[in-house]
Each structure stands twice: as structure tokens, then as C-alpha cells.
Design a protein around this ligand. Structure first.
Ligand code: PMP
Length: 422
């Protein structure tokens, strides 16, 4: 199978470094292989040199309906003819909001935003306002955006700032705990009376797709109730992907606040904070949450169209079947080539790496995996026409069918063969 030549991407990349730092507009992309894409369609991407890629990154998650879903894009184009933002309410907001709340199931109010990063901040501020307490509990290995009080890296069990220019004291308000360790959370909440919120990625898709142990989230819920702590689920990845009602529905645990993004708007930049009315209505009573582009006309059209599509033709079973077959296929290819490929997570968002095949339950366990080697392999996959991230997360969309499954497994096998030989 031919390895992709990317001369045009290389030219564009050389030009880009004189325009934007590192040639990329988001630091996450610095680790990428420098491909410039021309367009996406369904489960496929096409680069500037005309190469095709079967896509299992979905733009880091948003393209859950596949690229350029006609129902969403037509709705956005139609709505945008009426304008974009008015500095006031408009007639598409209520429909998008009602559909959103009805889909999430447990939440009584929603505020639309643009990025997960800022909506996470709104959730944390609300929790502080509601409790009058200052601190947060979060879990090692989670990502809640790139701002000073949330961006972290954990090395040898010690969590600290992840960026130059980020001061250590920005993290003073946070207690970092291992995920899936209910004793650690119980002890912290018993010892401290200053915890405003526990914020969790219910499935730690930003670190190895670590799933909650049976009953863990229920116990987290109980502890938060006992100590008067606001429970925030950061469902930016899991929302509308694990189920229409996200992780809350899938695991049967209701948070007080939920942060959403990515899959909720068919690839368009929309995020949301949802929650119980008594908390959320504080935004109309002294707690500030603002944004020029919040609930723009195209954003509301995108949300309504995407959620309507997810409700009228729920893709969840298809996505789950595809992902389960793909996870099994990858494991088999690893075994048949004698390579310790390991796969973990849920079929709609799973993690691939090399190393210890056991289930990993927390971030410390990730140290047993050979992620550096996998990152090199991910580049070989890209060269063979499988678009995936070096950090190992794979996403499945509603547009992935049997054909894509066949193609990706063929390409994976060819890439593995080259990788082992090289
Ligand atoms: N929370 C989680 C769980 C995320 O995965 C991300 C982004 N990957 C964010 C928050 C931040 O979202 P955004 O990139 O839209 O700011």
C-alpha cells in the first residue's frame, strides 16, 4: 500500500511558520504530522496533495455526525442569511435550548458558549458562588481547558503548571486526586471544608479513555451530597457521544452542572453549561457569565439541526458496533504481528497504545504504557491514510460504516507491518 507523499502540505507548512507560531493555531497541533487538509466528507479527509485518510480523530471529537453533515450545514447556511449576532436574543435560541435540555434529560437550564475551556470556568465560578467556598477537587490526567487555573501536567505523580508563563499559585486552589479512588476523595472531603466543587471527566478520554469503576460515580455523587459540594461533569467529550444524555445517562449518575461541547453541534463551535435551576439561575442574580458570540444564530441552528439528527436517527448502536469491531480488530492485528498493542475505553472513544495489556484505572497506570512508541506508530498510520492523534485517542462517528472498517483494518495492518520492519 502506498505511503502518502505530502509535498504540497510541506510547502504550506513552510509558509505557515512565518504566519503563525509553529505553523499552527492551537498548540495541540504542534505534535501533529503537518498535514494540510483540503476538505472532509463523512468519515474521510482529503489533504492538499489529494491523499485520502479515513478519519478517526473527528477534529478532536466534534464531527460525530461525520464531516460536513448536510442537515447541519444547510441549516447553518440558511440561518446565517438572517445575520449572526445581535447583542440581544433571537428567535432560534429557545428551540435550541429546549432541544438541548430535553436531550440531556436531567438539566433544567442551559447557557450556550463557544469553547469548552470558557464554559468550564463558568461552572467553577458558579460552584464557588453557590457554596461560598474556594477550592476544587479534580483528578490527575483530566483536561478542563488551557487557562491558568486548569492547565496541568503530572510528572512522577506531581501535578504542576504545563506552560511557561503559568504561575504555580494558579493551581493552589485545586486538590488533585487519583481517579477511581473513592477512599482518596472521601478523605479529602472529610478533612476539608473549603471544597466548592468536584470536577470530573466521567470517562477520562484525555488520558487513556479511563472508565469509572462500577459504582464509582455513584459514590462520588453521594460524597458530594454529604459534604454540600457541587458535582460537575465535564462532558465536553462524552456529551451526546456516549448516549444522547452523555455519561450522566450512560452511568446513571446526575451531576449538578454539566459542561458540553464538541459532539453537540455537528462540527460547529458551540459549547454549553447546563444544570439545576437553583444553581444556573444565579447567572441572573450576581454571577457573571458573558460572551459576544454566545448563542449566535449559526450556533443555535447548528445545535438544533445536530440534536434533531441525533434524535431522529440515533447513531449510538451503529457507532458502538463499529467501535467494538474496530477495537477487537486492532487487538487481533497486534496479536498476529506479535506487537503488544493495547486498546481501552468505550467503542465511541477509545485509546490505543503499546505496552502492559491490563486495564488502567488511573493516570499513574498510564506510566506503564509505551505512549512514545505509539506516537511514532501514529505517524506511520497517518502515512498509510489513517488520520489519528499521536496521543492515542480514537473517535468513531455516525458516518463510519463497514467499508471504513475494512479500509482502516487493512491500512492498520500495512502500517503495523512497516512499523515492525522499520
Ligand atoms: N474539557 C474537556 C474534557 C476537553 O476534552 C476539552 C477539549 N479537548 C475541553 C474541556 C476544552 O474545550 P475547548 O478546546 O473547546 O476549549
Amino acid at each position: 500500500m502506498s505511503v502518502r507523499v505530502r509535498d504540497r502540505s510541506a510547502e504550506l507548512g513552510a509558509r505557515a511558520v512565518g504566519i503563525t507560531p509553529g505553523g499552527v493555531h492551537s498548540n495541540v497541533r504542534l505534535a501533529g504530522p503537518g498535514v494540510f487538509f483540503e476538505r472532509g466528507e463523512g468519515a474521510w479527509l482529503f489533504d492538499a496533495d489529494g491523499n485520502d485518510y479515513v478519519d478517526y480523530l473527528l477534529g478532536q471529537g466534534p464531527n460525530f455526525l461525520g464531516h460536513a453533515p448536510a442537515v447541519v450545514n444547510n441549516a447553518v447556511a440558511g440561518a446565517a442569511r438572517r445575520g449572526s449576532v445581535f447583542g440581544a436574543q433571537h428567535s432560534l435560541e429557545n428551540e435550541a435550548g429546549e432541544l438541548f435540555l430535553d436531550s440531556v434529560g436531567w438539566a433544567e437550564r442551559v447557557r450556550f458558549g463557544v469553547t469548552g475551556t470558557e464554559v468550564d470556568q463558568a461552572a467553577l465560578r458558579l460552584a464557588r458562588a453557590a457554596t461560598g467556598r474556594s477550592k476544587f477537587v479534580r483528578f490527575e490526567g483530566t483536561y478542563h481547558g488551557w487557562l491558568d487555573n486548569m492547565l496541568v501536567t503530572t510528572v512522577d505523580g506531581v501535578t504542576g503548571p504545563a506552560s511557561a508563563g503559568q504561575l504555580a499559585h494558579h493551581l493552589d486552589d485545586t486538590y488533585f486526586l487519583p481517579y477511581n479512588d473513592i477512599a482518596a476523595l472521601s478523605a479529602t472531603l472529610a478533612e476539608r471544608d473549603d471544597v466548592a466543587a468536584v470536577i470530573a471527566e466521567p470517562v477520562m478520554c484525555n488520558s487513556g479513555a479511563i472508565v469509572p469503576r462500577d459504582g464509582y460515580l455513584q459514590q462520588v455523587r453521594q460524597l458530594c451530597d454529604r459534604h454540600g459540594v457541587v458535582l460537575i461533569f465535564d462532558e465536553v467529550i462524552t456529551g451526546f457521544r456516549l448516549a444522547l444524555g452523555g455519561a450522566a445517562e450512560r452511568f446513571g449518575v446526575t451531576p449538578d452542572l454539566g459542561v458540553y461541547g464538541k459532539a453537540m453541534a455537528g462540527g460547529w463551535p458551540v459549547a454549553a453549561l447546563a444544570g439545576k435551576a437553583e444553581l444556573m439561575d444565579m447567572f441572573a442574580g450576581g454571577v457573571n457569565h458573558s460572551g459576544t458570540f454566545n448563542s449566535s444564530v449559526p450556533a443555535c441552528a447548528a445545535v438544533t439541526a445536530a440534536l434533531t439528527a441525533l434524535r431522529e436517527d440515533p447513531p449510538y448502536k451503529r457507532v458502538e458496533d463499529h467501535g467494538a469491531k474496530l477495537m477487537a480488530g486492532i487487538r487481533e492485528l497486534g496479536a498476529s504481528h506479535g506487537v503488544p498493542v493495547r486498546v481501552q475505553g468505550l467503542p465511541m472513544a477509545f485509546h490505543v497504545s503499546f505496552g502492559d495489556p491490563d486495564q488502567v484505572w488511573d493516570y499513574a497506570g498510564m506510566a506503564r504504557l509505551d505512549q512514545v512508541r505509539y506516537a511514532r506508530f501514529a505517524e506511520v498510520l497517518v502515512d498509510h491514510g489513517v488520520w489519528v492523534a499521536p496521543r492515542g485517542i480514537w473517535y468513531v462517528s455516525a458516518a463510519h460504516s463497514e467499508r471504513e472498517l475494512e479500509v482502516v483494518l487493512q491500512r492498520f495492518e500495512a502500517a503495523l507491518g512497516d512499523f515492525v520492519a522499520g
